[in-house]
Design a protein around this ligand. Sequence first.
Ligand SMILES: Nc1ncnc2c1ncn2[C@@H]1O[C@H](COP(=O)(O)OP(=O)(O)O)[C@@H](O)[C@H]1O
Ligand SMILES: [Mg+2]
Length: 135
Amino acid sequence: MIYTTHTPEETAELGKKFALQLKKGDTICLDGEMGAGKTVFVQGCAKALGFNEPVTSPTFTLCNEYITKELKILHYDLYRIMDEDDLFSVGFYDNDGDIVFVEWAGNADITDRKCIHLKFSYGSGNNERNIEIPD
Ligand SMILES: Nc1ncnc2c1ncn2[C@@H]1O[C@H](COP(=O)(O)OP(=O)(O)O)[C@@H](O)[C@H]1O
Ligand SMILES: [Mg+2]
């Protein structure tokens, strides 16, 4: 199903709703151009999962951790990742997150687990974004 949003708030709200179905062990892969709303979406997800602090892009850190009472959430950004070795060095294969978000997942070949794939793209208006979420 493709959802169209018109503000960052709407995208975060969609993330909140999406996150309600997530369970421990889930990996969510977010792909789409720079600025398409992947991080904003994860911000909504993290809030719905009980993390109440600000969520920022892990563009430089490669991975952020959000600890709640029940969950350890990992938030990767693989924009700068070149190969499997890089993925290995950022601890991706340590599997120590309960719920894992991966921006730019398409930059790596994730074969060790099943992922929920989300696709982000720009719509026609300036602030329009199309977000494809599997049914
Ligand atoms: N409908 C929308 N959904 C999400 N972000 C939007 C929307 N309209 C405008 N924006 C802006 O686009 C940018 C999206 O940034 P971000 O979520 O970091 O993108 P990405 O992580 O995909 O690179 C933000 O600056 C946000 O304010
Ligand atoms: Mg981002």
